[in-house]
Design a protein around this ligand. Structure first.
Ligand code: NAD
Length: 503
């Protein structure tokens, strides 16, 4: 595969340090949000929240304990019955008010999200507007639930199928879209009549806490609780807690396994949105320029820290050189920098030192194994955890960069010779969250889409989401669906009530 090799490393645009994105009084309180009030952790311990652009401590949050979780779960259990008894219309009105409150505070939440994660402002704006849309969608959807018709399916016996809330849901969220991933859980969980206890990522808890403070007056105390802290303590307690009816986690496969094991003792339901390694299959009849331009967004949005990122290209060998040149041209034009440097920034830092080291490790080992960077391929000078937007070529499908989730601004390119091989190799990873194929052939667009083993398959597109459509994976990417009416199904249970009316 050929492509230009000498693209200079991008310069990291720096923000003016005298005007931080958020002021101290805009940060959330250093406390847990339990039973409608801000409370300190029972341990008194705190966790540092680090700005990934400067590596300085931005804020502190409580290092939550098992006791904190237990108090929050008790509050949720006490509040749930009354919340679940409200009519769909009443709950819907609260969700609409939440949407409005978030929308009114968009500017603050955008700046806070970018300050905590290093996300470009464009990404945070999209996160917050999608958060608003998620609450609006579920406010509408819960008033229009359809179900099997009540009828005499057995002589003289009327079957009525009722949708009930599950009760209390424990929620654990990741750092890549902190508020948006929280909203994907909170909105359907509340709409369906449940109460919840949510643990945001210890690295990015600020917008979830701020959200709780902003909507505190809209919800009955105890319906929404936020306990900050680490996965192995707070997350693990949520998974095993006997009074929690479902544990819903968005995160890595490893954390998914841990919560599923923790949930096994109480046999609670488990809802898992885990990692991805989305194949992007580019056929020889595809519009190559359009595919490369689509991947500019789909492979590098949120600095590649995206579970659905189009990160593993399989391109037909006859068009590989031309496609790689298009992709390199796209990727070489990215503007890298701190979100505070302005709207032109498109790629920010990795979220933490640990994650930066992980991504850097993949790049170093790939280089040693003979994988070539057609553009990028290395980390960028600090402070901050910046990685150059990268395209790796000469990749074989047995290399770890083609099989494992790198979760950074790195796209790998492999070649294939025929359609059957492309499908087989696209499916030959443990993940099954999303995939795309690029072709102008109508038969292929249906046939290959049906054969790709992923919860979402795009044709001539990648990483476009609709709140109305389900999002979730197959295989190692987990089970359960976010967004859409299917999430309402997941966060509720059916009850069959049968009336004997023949006497
Ligand atoms: P992570 O698994 O490290 O952390 C996710 C959450 O799980 C955090 O809140 C963490 O504290 C918690 N956790 C960790 N260990 C735990 C344990 N033993 N018990 C309970 N909770 C525990 O993931 P991350 O690094 O924050 O996020 C990145 C991962 O999330 C990637 O794999 C990405 O693909 C995935 N993700 C998936 C989706 C999706 O929709 N499928 C969306 C966003 C992110």
């Amino acid at each position: 595969m050929t492509a230009q090799t000498e693209t200079p490393a991008p310069t990291v645009l720096r923000a003016d340090s005298s005007t931080p994105l958020v002021s101290t009084d805009e940060l959330p309180s250093n406390g847990q949000f339990i039973d409608g009030k801000i409370r300190p952790s029972s341990s008194g311990g705190t966790l540092d929240v680090v700005d990934p652009c400067t590596e300085e401590v931005l804020a502190q949050v409580p290092d939550g304990t098992v006791e904190d979780v237990d108090v929050a779960v008790a509050a949720a259990v006490a509040a749930q019955r009354q919340w679940g008894r409200l009519t769909p219309k009443e709950r819907s009105l609260v969700l609409l008010q939440i949407a409005e409150r978030v929308e009114k505070n968009t500017d603050l939440l955008v700046r806070l999200e970018s300050a905590n994660t290093g996300k470009p402002l464009e990404v945070s704006r999209d996160d917050i507007s999608s958060t608003v849309d998620t609450f609006r969608f579920f406010a509408g959807a819960v008033r229009a639930i359809t179900s099997q018709a009540a009828a005499d399916y057995t002589e003289n016996h009327l079957s009525v199928i009722i949708r009930e809330p599950l009760g209390v849901v424990g929620v654990v969220t990741p750092w890549n879209y902190p508020l948006l991933m929280a909203a994907w859980k909170i909105a359907p969980i509340l709409a369906a009549g449940n109460a919840l206890v949510i643990k945001p990522s210890e690295q990015t808890p600020l917008t979830t806490m701020k959200f709780a403070e902003l909507v505190a007056d809209l919800l009955p105390a105890g319906v929404l609780n936020v306990v900050t802290g680490t996965g192995p303590v707070v997350g693990a307690r949520l998974a095993e807690h006997p009074d929690i009816d479902m544990i819903a986690l968005t995160g890595s496969v490893q954390s998914g396994r841990a919560v599923a094991q923790g949930a096994a003792r109480s046999l609670k339901r488990v809802h898992l949105e885990l990692g991805g390694k989305a194949p992007v299959v580019v056929f020889d009849d595809a519009d190559l320029a359009e595919a490369a331009s689509g991947l500019r967004a789909a492979g590098y949005w949120n600095s590649g820290q995206e579970c659905g990122a189009g990160c593993r290209v399989l391109v037909h060998e006859s068009v590989a050189d031309a496609f790689v040149q298009h992709l390199v041209d796209q990727v070489a034009s990215f503007v890298v920098g701190e979100p505070g440097a302005g709207d032109e920034v498109e790629i920010g830092p990795m979220v933490s030192k640990a994650h930066f080291d992980r991504v850097a490790g993949y790049l170093e080992r790939a280089k040693k194994a003979g994988v070539r960077a057609a553009v990028g391929g290395s980390v960028l000078p600090g402070p901050g955890f910046f990685v150059a937007p990268t395209v790796l070529v000469d990749v074989t499908d047995d290399h770890e960069v083609a099989r494992e989730e790198i979760f950074g601004p790195v796209v790998t390119v492999e070649t294939f010779t025929d359609e059957a091989e492309a499908v087989r190799r696209a499916n030959a990873v443990p993940y099954g969250l999303s995939a795309s194929l690029w072709t102008e052939n109508a038969r292929r667009s249906h046939d290959v889409a049906s054969k790709l083993d992923a919860g979402t398959v795009w044709v001539n597109s990648h990483l476009i989401l609709a709140t109305e459509a389900p999002w979730g994976g197959f295989k190692g990417s987990g089970y359960g669906r976010d967004l859409s009416i299917y999430a309402l199904d997941d966060y509720s249970r059916t009850k069959h009530v049968m009336h004997n009316h023949g006497r």
